[in-house]
Design a protein around this ligand. Structure first.
Ligand code: MN
Length: 417
């Protein structure tokens, strides 16, 4: 591995900073003295008011036929930008790299850089539809063994299609949002009747979420080889899950209230262009071979996650082990003619690998609570307690040995109401 050597920006950003010029994630921010939300781009520990800079050229009449980035970036979510589609996303990224690389732009850009500590980050997208998949073979196998010990661990369809369910878009929240312990019905096998009350098996799921743009029309499909026209970027996603509610409700239609109370995402959306150096082949889909509509340029992503519970690292999931790729998930999601909307979000499913230290849920890490984890403070956990804080971080390999930071998603459990 060689160290990056190119002086890549006129900004004072160390070459090994995870938010260097090769990362440039998008988010939505406001400031105490200017509460209007707008699109920001992170560089180092600064946030660029990208729309304000783009507006300088537009207002001076210097912009030609290109996309009106000034307008779409001076809105309260990424959705208008997502609507422009892949050609505009590519132009935008090239323009950002240009103005941050060439010193000639310094005087024009500098006034629109804000310290990260001085901004408030908001939910970056207005989530249209939210779907969650189940793409890790180890996770699906572990869950099968725990929930259905008398059956084959993997359902018969699992290697033929990426299994998913529709979640609740309106309860996707940005990193830092507290999560109130959900209340509902549960019935453990020995219970004669269902019990009502706060969940006693509150869990996490470490995932990546894929942000979709370039809306399609009803009746059309997105082939695997065209997925990159619609896959905009990646967030870290925590699919909070109440295992006791889930176990009682999920047959036969899948997860419902056990997951719909909150889904947390990172504030920064990493563009898929930044993850090109992280592309890896899929682990293999030859036994059985998948149907033709799921074949094509279906790359995996070498993203490394870390899960901390009250500061103790409890897992290091590896996204590269995922059986299904985001391009295949999007192709499958639309193969029946379902359209996508700007701001659609789909989760990868819990990222768990064969190594017990790479399991992405407490369900698996503690084997349904029977093997509790010991935290650095000496306390133990089967599932989450009130006051617990879960933080997930991630990074991917960038060009020349650099690291691409994906930021973090964090949340603290509050007592049931
Ligand atoms: Mn999930």
């Amino acid at each position: 591995m060689t160290a990056p050597t190119q002086p890549s920006t006129w900004l004072d950003v160390p070459v090994d900073h995870p938010f260097g010029i090769d990362t440039l994630p998008y988010g939505v921010f406001s400031r105490a003295d200017d509460p209007v939300r707008r699109v920001g781009v992170r560089i180092g520990d600064l946030v660029l008011d990208a729309g304000a800079v783009a507006a300088i050229g537009r207002d001076a009449g210097l912009v030609g036929e290109g996309p009106d980035l000034a307008t779409v970036w001076q809105t309260s979510s990424l959705n208008a930008f997502l609507a422009l589609g892949r050609p505009a996303w590519t132009i935008a990224r090239e323009w950002l790299i240009e103005i941050l690389r060439d010193d000639v732009h310094r005087d024009r850009v500098s006034p629109h850089l804000h310290a990260l500590d001085d901004v408030v980050l908001h939910l970056p997208i207005e989530v249209a539809d939210y779907v969650d998949f189940y793409a890790s073979e180890d996770h699906a196998t572990n869950v099968g063994q725990i929930f259905r010990p008398d059956n084959a661990a993997l359902p018969p369809n699992w290697k033929h299609l990426p299994i998913g369910y529709h979640g609740r878009a309106g309860t996707v929240v940005v990193s830092g949002t507290d999560v109130v312990r959900p209340t509902g019905q549960r019935k453990a096998p020995p219970d004669p009747e269902p019990v009502f009350g706060p969940s006693i098996r509150l869990d996490i799921e470490a995932e990546l979420g894929y942000v979709v743009g370039g809306a399609t029309t009803l009746g059309s499909r997105i082939p695997v080889d065209e997925a990159m026209d619609h896959l905009f970027g990646v967030v870290i996603l925590n699919d909070w899950s109440a295992r006791d509610l889930q176990a009682w409700e999920y047959v036969p239609l899948g997860p419902f209230l056990g997951k719909s109370f909150a889904t947390s995402v990172s504030a920064w959306v990493t563009p898929l262009e930044a993850l090109v150096p992280a592309r890896v082949p899929l682990p293999g889909q030859s036994d059985p071979e998948v149907l033709p509509y799921l074949r094509g340029d279906a790359f995996g992503l070498d993203v490394h996650l870390e899960v901390r519970l009250n500061g103790t690292v409890v897992s290091r999931p590896e996204h590269a082990v995922m059986y299904w790729s985001p391009a295949q998930m999007l192709a499958h999601l639309t193969v029946n003619g379902a359209s996508v909307r700007d701001g659609d979000l789909f989760g990868s499913g819990t990222i768990s690998g064969p190594d017990p230290g790479s399991r992405g849920s407490l369900l698996e890490l503690t084997w349904n609570g029977t093997e509790p984890l010991t935290l650095d403070d000496g306390t133990t956990r089967g599932f989450l307690e009130d006051g617990d804080t879960v933080t997930m971080t991630a990074w991917a390999p960038g060009p020349g040995g650099a690291r691409i930071g994906l930021g973090e998603v964090t949340g603290t459990v509050r007592p049931a109401r």
